[in-house]
Ligand binder design. Structure first.
Ligand code: ATP
Ligand code: ZN
Length: 284
């Protein structure tokens, strides 16, 4: 008996998914075609699929478990269980409008045309905010829609915001904060569940053991929101006013794996005087 896991074939979740398996001590056989492989030292079979297909495959028990972004999972509304948040693939689904627009609140969107690849999540967001707008579903390059007159606003995934910036857009609302999650078929056998429990035990140990650093930085107050959004894993970092008016000191913890990437983005977002210090003990 082997547990079948579906992971993204290539793309933003691929490297971290493979690394998670590796860090859990699950070696993958090399040289097999990239549709399916298995492990020599753990009862697991690995399927490489498009991320959009993973929830359906897990619901249908073609795969027993899968790794997928919450954005894809919630958009597809499939019947699977989330068993663990994995802490990578972090991004947010956001509303963006032209940089020159006077945006005050969601009522701006009333009667407007919104381009997105996430119609279900956008519909829910609009209903929750009691706004009626025309959702225009497109399959890619959503960020160019306002520039070519196809839409007044977009809802798309954002991590650094640089794509929005390059297209003359600004982020105005967050629809969903997303990260990769481990999902499971609802009807696993006892034997499958036992293997999953072993895997989960390892995942949790890996997550705890991954090096965490303490970060301190100075931020202009008008950039605080962007900077805080880049800091992973912490719902609310410590923010203290600096003696110099208009500036704050932000303290948080950073996962070492994301470290260089995030430091660069923090700098781009306006952070200064970044200090990174090791944490000796972390009591959880
Ligand atoms: P596939 O070929 O598997 O359909 P894709 O092009 O749909 O791939 P990717 O761009 O590789 O998907 O993104 C996969 C997932 O990575 C997203 O669904 C999301 O959960 C996550 N992600 C993290 N950051 C970002 C980002 N900045 N932009 C898009 N997706 C991101
Ligand atoms: Zn996809």
């Amino acid at each position: 008996m082997k547990l079948k896991i579906a992971i993204q074939k290539s793309g933003r979740l691929y490297d971290d998914s493979v690394k998670l398996l590796k860090d859990c001590g699950i070696d993958l056989k090399n040289g097999v075609n990239k549709l399916r492989t298995e492990s020599d030292n753990f009862p697991m079979e690995i399927y490489f699929l498009r991320d959009d297909d993973i929830p359906q495959y897990v619901e249908d028990a073609v795969a027993d478990i899968g790794i997928v972004g919450e954005n894809v999972l919630y958009e597809n509304c499939k019947q699977v269980d989330i068993v663990e948040h994995l802490g990578f693939g972090k991004c947010r689904l956001s509303v963006a409008v032209g940089r020159g627009e006077q945006y005050t609140d969601v009522t701006y969107l009333q009667g407007k045309r919104i381009a997105t690849t996430y119609p279900t999540l956008v519909r829910q967001f609009l209903a929750k905010n009691k706004v009626e707008a025309d959702i225009h579903e497109i399959s890619g390059s959503v960020e160019i829609a306002p520039g070519i007159g196809l839409a007044n606003a977009i809802v798309d995934l954002v991590s650094s915001g640089s794509t929005l910036f390059m297209n003359g857009l600004k982020e105005v609302e967050t629809v969903l904060q997303s990260q990769a999650v481990l999902v499971r078929n609802k009807n696993l056998s006892d034997e499958q569940q036992t293997i999953l429990d072993k895997f989960l035990f390892r995942i949790r140990a890996v997550k705890r053991a991954r090096n965490t650093k303490y970060i301190l930085l100075n931020a202009p107050n008008d950039k605080l929101k962007d900077i805080i959004a880049l800091l992973p894993g912490m719902k609310s970092p410590t923010v203290l006013p600096l003696a110099e008016a208009g500036w704050s000191s932000v303290h948080s913890v950073l996962n070492e794996n994301d470290f260089w990437d995030i430091i660069e983005r923090l700098k781009d977002a306006g952070a200064q005087g970044i200090l990174v210090v090791p944490i000796e003990k972390m009591i959880i």
